[in-house]
Design a protein around this ligand. Sequence first.
Ligand code: BGC
Length: 804
Amino acid sequence: MLYGKKKVILILIIILFFLCGWVGNISVFAETSNQINTSEPPKLTNEKSIEKVINEMTLEEKAKMVVGRGFPGMFGNPKAEIAGAVGVTHGIERLGIPPLFFADGPAGLRISPFREGDPHTYYATAFPIETSLASTWNKNLVTKVGKAIGNEVKEYGLDILLAPALNLHRNPLGGRNFEYFSEDPLLTGKMAVSYINGVQSNDVGATIKHFVANNQETNRTDIDTIVSQRALRELYLKGFEIAIKEANPWAVMSAYNKVNSAHASENKELLTTVLRDDWDFKGFVMTDWFAGTDPIAQMIAGNDLIMPGDSITLTEFMNALKNSTIDEKILDRDHITEIMNAVKNGTLDESILDRNISKILNILVKTPSFKGYQHSDNPNLQKNAEISRRAGSEGMVLLKNIHKTLPLDENAKIGLFGNTQIETIRGGTGSGYVNAPYTISIADGLKNRGFTVNNDLLQSYKSYITTLRHQEEYKIKPSVLGSEFGLEIPTIPEKPLKAKEINKTVKETDVGVVVIGRISGEFEDRKNEKGDFLLTDREQDMITNVTNEYHASGKKVIVILNIGGPIEVASWRDKPDAILLAWQPGQEAGFAVADVISGLVNPSGKLPTTFPMAYNDVPSAKNFPGTPEENPEKVVYEEDIFMGYRYFTTFDIEPAYEFGYGLSYTTFHFPKVKVKKSKDEVKVSVTVENSGDIPGKEVVQVYISAPDNKLEKPAIELKAFGKTKQLKPKEKDTLKFQLGLKDLASFDEERSAWVVEKGAYQIKVGASSENIYETVIFEVEEDMVVEKVNDILKPKMEINKLSK
Ligand code: BGC
């Protein structure tokens, strides 16, 4: 990695550090300075002791409390106590303050499975990606997943999980969309609440990230997101607001990007006015890793902790990795000294530092590290794998199923096509990657369930993949950030299929199954190109030729999508008889797919994000990833409040599969929908009946259509949802919902308030955003101001907003 003169200089610096005793003596506790009081100092014992302890701290200790300890194990930082924990804070032993340990991420705990000289392994369970969790629309199930992840956090000795991630799917090409729940803020917020409740039931913390409007990867550390206050309040902030008010997450991670021209981590309006004043957030805020440029501005804004707190900037770090060199300059940056100097020269008031430390300590006293919890390093991985499998199958969305193609008869002989049947994708890459012990492939999952998978075809795929993986260009390597961040798996072109091979397989099998796979990850957005949003020519040919041949023999074909975000489907979806969207369902992938294919699990997932007919139908297509095109500096959210299905339903654009859509092996109807409106609430009660002949669950979706008045409104907005229990044929379940005035309100920038405008409101109850069973209308006689908030977050430029 290091070359020539630079290497020599770096080695000299490190030797110097050793000679000075800096590195050799580093303990998990901060060293003390000569300003320390010699009498026995007060110890941190609980919330009440925080003030005294802060008063006792030296300036250096204070600065250390708000700056992380860098990437443990890298670049001269101390050896990692928990290999792969991406964040560690400073402890102060003399004051009874232990260091805290943080680790990613949304689909499971990301730590390293191996430690030097230690035969024990530290694998974590890979759960389905957040988009798949949101597709379950099942709050209890997501709580179970959160609980299982939190259990691994605790038993591996960590304090705070860097998840869930709450950014919205503004554009289907967002590289990290798989880490996020949905395009809708209510579904996002409620799923986050369930997830956080689960994690925090273990007495470890959850972190909601990335606050806010971090909806793309291109130039993510500097992109200036220009967005109206209304779109922020109604969409991008909303999920965070719900999560904070309903689940009290211990931490918030501020985003890399700028929001209306100030870096999110340096934005006082966001981190103090909105988070603390408007929403009463009680936890602490940390930066995203290396985010922002000005640690003093971060402190003042209310960003309590700077992470990872190393002495290098992200750009320097990334360049170093890309160029395989490290400039000695990277060792120059020292946030601790910068903060101490700022206090000394008066640019940072010490009371701000005290305030920030107090926010951190208020959470620290709840952590396992503070309480001296003896972790087992032995979480119940088997039990957690079962939860992962259940969530994986319940998150799958049945997009098409003509002539009852699915479920398959258990004796079915399957011709399995597509590389991804073997290299099945459990999740995405980057910080959302999980070091799981295994991934069950779709081929193995189907075989395990008892299906006969045509062996000649399987072997020919296996040998094709093995041969290509031996070629330099397709070799699997650790990610540039190290194997903890996932593997770099060059995409192998789809295996070419000869007509003879297809014909033979069709003769020997009852049904064809074609698997299409896609993976994306941190640092890069996806592209509207073949091999990414679009199918490759080989994939198109595979679907066409396989379906033609099977259909010619009177047999059927199923397509399984093992993907992390929408792809183009309109050009090929008429060909197969069934399409199952499996998402990236975690380490149990193949088992979970087989559970649904075999009918052991009746699919009940619904889309949390729109599948457009074409990429250009997406309202943000012309403003993603920003301008100038080659190296975008800013991105203007011109679609404003008309994002996702709010756009498709308002402007009558037909999607390929709409938000909330998903089929079942049975049928449901809603025999009774009751809506009762009183002065300040609306009560909705919906009875669902299983009208088919297979047990199953249904999701009830409650939308509101508010009248256009001074403010334009989207055609519909999701306001509540629920899922029935498993209903036997003819069985009924009644779900009840309560909407308050704020649920009916829109954000009026002129009045800086949430207002319910007068006019006719429609409650629409359905099983998707376009499959509405019942509409009930009621009148609001006069305008009502529901909640006044601070008038902030204004864009510094005029936005050419989309309007009806
Ligand atoms: C990501 C965060 C993550 C952090 C630590 C950053 O690059 O944006 O989501 O928690 O790294 O791994």
